[in-house]
Design a protein around this ligand. Structure first.
Ligand code: SAM
Length: 475
């Protein structure tokens, strides 16, 4: 048995894991809260020595019971052991620390009314477990953190419950038809992943069955049983992914039931969503996020707006109702097709969607377009310098920057601050409840030259945040 050590957790790291010190070294330990006394054991991995929680000796007042049976292995929602109130406090604090060098009033995080079963996009990977001679059981679940080992779990507490029950039916069907899970190492078996998207408002479901081989001989039976048992399934797509890759979807798709897409509603607009297009995972919080972004923008009927990284056109179409002209730029061709159709579905004519790299487009077109406002909502990696420098050259009077990764947003904000912009307001949104991730929305406005070293840290308390929100305090 590995040697165990008693330590006390100092604080939570931005990931949501606890920081402990032991033998003059720092360790990041999952599942432990600030102030807690606990036993840990050291684990040796490829990346170096880490530590694992064995037992909590003195629990924090913020600790709550964990319902998930695979909590210590999955790593998906790593904050289930803390109350939701303390999670929100941690997230407010995390953002405050990360934005320490940015002079910007921070509003309190927009909480979720229902922090469980919110994920409308669910991936399940298939594998098998051996239970003695000849007893092989197919299993489904998420990959164990940093591995390709499937954790057997079909009742995830942040995933949409309909998706959980569809995954159970798929496993039953695998048993009944003798369909084996696909093993990319031996290239044997058939079914690799199920990818499910649920439209929040209508409850309609898109199911993608990903196989590792082109042949899926029982697909007709899968379609018949699944659609009978779950009438909410509106479309089923067979995707083929034979590669030894971490990607869920392969390049080949066949629609085997329905139209190949679903539609959902957000902020009064209808959106068609194809399997490979981006769509936010928490629809109720997305409405609050987009509402905040459009409010922050202060759109005028005469404005020309660029929506960079526009996906299926969500922000563009919501904003188009309040402004003169919107141009969405997006690199994913499927998403651009969806966006063009979404404009038609919603009878919105003052938008245009273009396929391409957002930075390249801005470099070429900004002088001609002279945008008044730019929405930017890049992927987790943030924006590149090409895009940021093109934004500064385009010189819109306002920028609304939405981000799912505060670390890259802070990096990009610093660039924008050094090139003529002032962050005016920061709004965190709890989009990924029960995990350490936070979505943020920042309004910036153009200013005349301002010395980078003249930045001062604003340290306002929560009452002030609320007054700013109510419009009583201006910066
Ligand atoms: C976080 S999503 C935001 C999508 C959309 N704004 C929404 O809220 O649904 C980021 C989007 O940026 C797109 N993207 C990634 N790199 C890009 C680039 N260099 N230029 C344009 N779009 C890009 C992705 O395909 C994805 O649709």
């Amino acid at each position: 048995m590995a040697k165990q050590y008693t330590v006390r957790c100092k604080e939570l790291l931005p990931s949501g894991n606890g920081l402990v010190f032991f033998n003059n070294s720092k360790f990041e330990v999952a599942g432990v809260l600030p102030g807690e006394k606990c036993t840990i054991e050291l684990v040796h991995k490829k990346e170096g020595t880490g530590a694992r929680l064995v037992e909590v000796i003195e629990p924090s007042k913020d600790r709550i019971g964990i319902k998930c049976p695979v909590y210590d292995r999955c790593g998906g929602c790593n904050l289930l052991h803390m109350s939701y109130e303390s999670e929100l406090e941690f997230k407010n604090d995390k953002i405050k620390k990360l934005y320490h060098d940015i002079t910007v009033p921070q509003l309190p995080i927009i909480k979720s009314d229902n922090p469980e079963h919110y994920r409308n996009k669910v991936y399940a990977s298939f594998s098998f477990e051996k239970h003695g001679r000849g007893d092989i059981r197919q299993i489904a679940g998420m990959y164990e953190e940093n591995t390709r080992k499937v954790v057997n779990c079909m009742d995830c507490s942040i995933q949409n419950s309909i998706a959980n029950s569809i995954i159970k039916t798929i496993l039953d069907l695998m048993r009944l038809t003798g369909t084996r899970s696909y093993d990319p190492d031996t290239r044997t078996g058939v079914l690799r992943h199920a990818y499910i998207r649920v439209a929040e408002k209508s409850g309609k479901v898109m199911l993608v069955l990903v196989t590792g081989v082109p042949e899926f001989k029982d697909k007709a039976r899968f379609v018949q049983t699944l659609t009978k048992k779950h009438p909410c399934i509106e479309t089923i797509i067979h995707n083929i992914n034979p590669g030894k890759t971490g990607m869920i979807l392969g390049n080949k798709d066949n629609v085997i039931y329905g139209k190949g897409y679903i539609t959902d509603e957000l902020c009064g607009c209808t959106f068609k969503i194809s399997p490979k297009s981006f769509y936010q995972v928490n629809p109720r919080q997305t409405e609050k996020l987009y509402g905040t972004a459009v409010d922050m923008a202060g759109l005028k009927p005469t404005d020309t707006v660029i929506d960079a990284y526009s996906g299926i056109g969500t922000i563009s179409l919501i904003a188009a109702k309040k402004t003169g002209k919107v141009i969405g730029v997006e690199v994913n061709p499927d998403a651009v097709k969806d966006a063009i159709e979404n404009a038609k579905i919603n009878n919105i004519t003052n938008v245009e969607f273009l396929r391409g790299d957002a930075g390249e487009y801005l470099e070429k077109e900004s002088k001609r377009l002279k945008p008044d406002l730019i929405f930017m909502d890049p992927p987790r990696s943030g924006s590149d310098e090409r895009f940021l420098s093109a934004v500064c050259k385009a010189s819109p009077s306002r920028i609304v920057y939405i981000s799912c990764n505060p670390e890259t947003q802070v990096r990009d904000l610093k660039y924008l601050m050094d090139h003529g912009y002032t962050p005016e307001l920061l709004q965190p949104v709890d989009m990924f409840s029960r995990t350490g991730h936070v979505e943020t929305c920042v309004l910036l406005s153009r200013r005349t030259y301002r010395q980078p070293d003249a930045r001062v840290k604003i340290d306002i308390d929560l009452d002030d945040y609320y007054r700013i929100k109510e419009g009583e305090v201006s910066k």
